[in-house]
Write a protein that binds this ligand. Structure first.
Ligand code: FES
Length: 163
């Protein structure tokens, strides 16, 4: 059972209509499930169990199959992402320069663990692999912004920029 903190699902009727239209458009195609899950993630931002259930019912595909695909591919998020997606690089170059401590500090500061989202939906926190900016290690990404050469003491200042 997933015990991660999450914000409650709040899908709208419009989102459901959009999803059903996308399913109607593609469901006859072979291999339609992947693009439909991608579309669903585009509509909702992530694939919570409520959305997976809707797809399962509407496409008449067993829930296990939907869940299997959604959890197998890392492109799918099962929990919501914040308005600001904070990713700490735990690749080797960053790790040896202290990104593990930065990751811990972010968890304390935001009050969430990796993979979680703050209850106000503002920040989500994840660890990631090398983002190709090893020369700037240790690196933290906030959406598309790269923050490099950080120390634990820089963490509060960086988060404050997005408050
Ligand atoms: S290891 Fe962090 S950017 Fe390469």
């Amino acid at each position: 059972m997933d015990t991660k903190k999450t914000i409650p699902f709040s899908g709208t009727k419009e989102q459901e209509e959009q999803l059903k239209a996308a399913i109607d458009e593609r469901k006859a195609e072979k291999g339609a499930l992947m693009p439909i899950l991608q579309k669903a993630q585009e509509i909702y931002g992530y694939l919570p169990i409520e959305v997976q259930t809707l797809i399962s019912d509407y496409m008449e595909i067993p829930m296990e199959k939907i869940y299997g695909v959604a959890t197998f591919y890392s492109q799918f998020n099962l929990s919501p992402k914040g308005k600001y997606r904070v990713s700490v690089c735990l690749g080797t170059a960053c790790y040896v320069k202290g990104s593990g401590d930065i990751y811990e500090k972010l968890q304390t500061l935001l009050g969430i663990k990796g993979g979680e989202c703050t209850p106000d939906g503002k920040f989500s926190l994840d660890a990631c692999r090398c983002v190709g900016a090893c020369g700037l290690a240790p690196v933290v990404m906030v959406n598309d912004d790269v923050h490099g050469k950080l120390t634990v003491d820089d963490v509060e200042r960086i988060i404050a920029q997005y408050q």
